[in-house]
Design a protein around this ligand. Sequence first.
Ligand SMILES: Cc1cc2nc3c(=O)[nH]c(=O)nc-3n(C[C@H](O)[C@H](O)[C@H](O)COP(=O)(O)O)c2cc1C
Length: 446
Amino acid sequence: MSREIKLVAFLQAQNCTTIPAAWRHPDARADFTSAAYYQHIGKVLEHGKFDIGFFDDRLAMPDMYLGDHAHVIEHGIRAVKMDPTAVLMAMAMGTERLGLGATYSTTYHQPFHVARLFQTIDLMSNGRAAWNVVTSVNDNEARNMGRDKVIDHDVRYDRADDFMAAVLGHWDSWDEDAIVLDKQHGVFAKPGSVRRLDHDGPFYKTRGPFTVPRSAQGRPVLIQAGASGRGQTFAARWGELLFTAFPTFEIARRSYDSLKAACAAGGRDPDHMKIAALGFPIAAATKAEAEDKRAFYDTLPNDTDSLSLLSEALNYDFGAKGMDEPFTDADMAGLSGIQALRDRVVQQGVKNPTPRDFMQLTGRGRLNHAWVGGPKEIADIMEEWFTAPACDGFVIGPSWLPGSFEDFVTHVVPELQRRGIYRKDYTGTTLRDHLGLPKATLGDWK
Ligand SMILES: Cc1cc2nc3c(=O)[nH]c(=O)nc-3n(C[C@H](O)[C@H](O)[C@H](O)COP(=O)(O)O)c2cc1C
């Protein structure tokens, strides 16, 4: 079978998209706390034959900026953030084929809990679940979850390695045919087909036996988006669907090769690790119409949105500096959180950036690096990245909801299908089927 683009929808169980201004759009729906809202989006994505919709997560309000949450509440900067797994279940109940992913942190939960939660979703959705494995980024999350500060970057990933071994171990505790339900002889399941894990690792201890049977795709798909050196090593070790966010085609292409090589070097089949590049399409019937939409959208964000989200991502109060006051070397070294964001600014030649530089060079809080066009223009970009290859598919970031996905499915999906680089219909039922990943078997991750 020829290669086909994988499509991931970037979703948030919140009042806006990743761009705070999303809720200010006149066509944005206001019922973002209702199941109906997420089910509508799920149906749109399924109509567009998306592989998966996935919910991001953060365990705190972005209230690092100016050390207070008043601006977050006033401007609606991700002020509402609901539990992604509960929302995911609502979406699951309104869809039949769409894959369903949610983010959960290895830093603030226990492996048994996460293994049980996602395996349950996988069963309830007939094998459509995925877990986006993150290690969490900032002190505000730590403060909500029993700590004062976020754990050091690389240590978070060391802990996460141990966490993964425990989760996957639990998922392997039940044989596929364990349940026999023999009422006549009173045998529910074969005792020898359910094992205790007895995991005793450097960071986590969990005994088992695990309490959720195996699912139609074996176990949930693992998503990862590590971008630092340590993060990419982790992603290449465990990830089955990787998210990347790169400013240029060239960087994306090189990173694609190195991630696939790292995957192979670890003894895995690189084809069983799909890489999806982040993009923000503004699609319309014609290029001119799309440009009008973009011009209007650009009137919605404000500087507070950007400074707040930069503070959150880099674990630093950007309000402590004047807009044109450079970060000192010590300030730069002290930035933690999403280090790739800091590196992106430095790589663009600005060693001591000001908050204004950070805003301009990262585009955080605004629509940045958008693909603006009619079907042809957007499909051209996607086809170029996909065939290079710089990716196996795309994470489609919406600028407002549900309009962005409706426009993308109406205008771009048929063009991708016409070019023969995207499915016309689902051929399987599980998320692994959609992604071209084999059904998971016991021990295949070791
Ligand atoms: C598309 C995409 C989605 C992400 N979603 C989340 C998320 O929901 N929660 C989170 O804490 N981090 C999220 N991240 C951040 C990554 O997990 C990772 O921390 C980041 O890319 C920095 O890499 P590093 O951890 O190796 O420094 C996401 C990244 C990308 C590209």
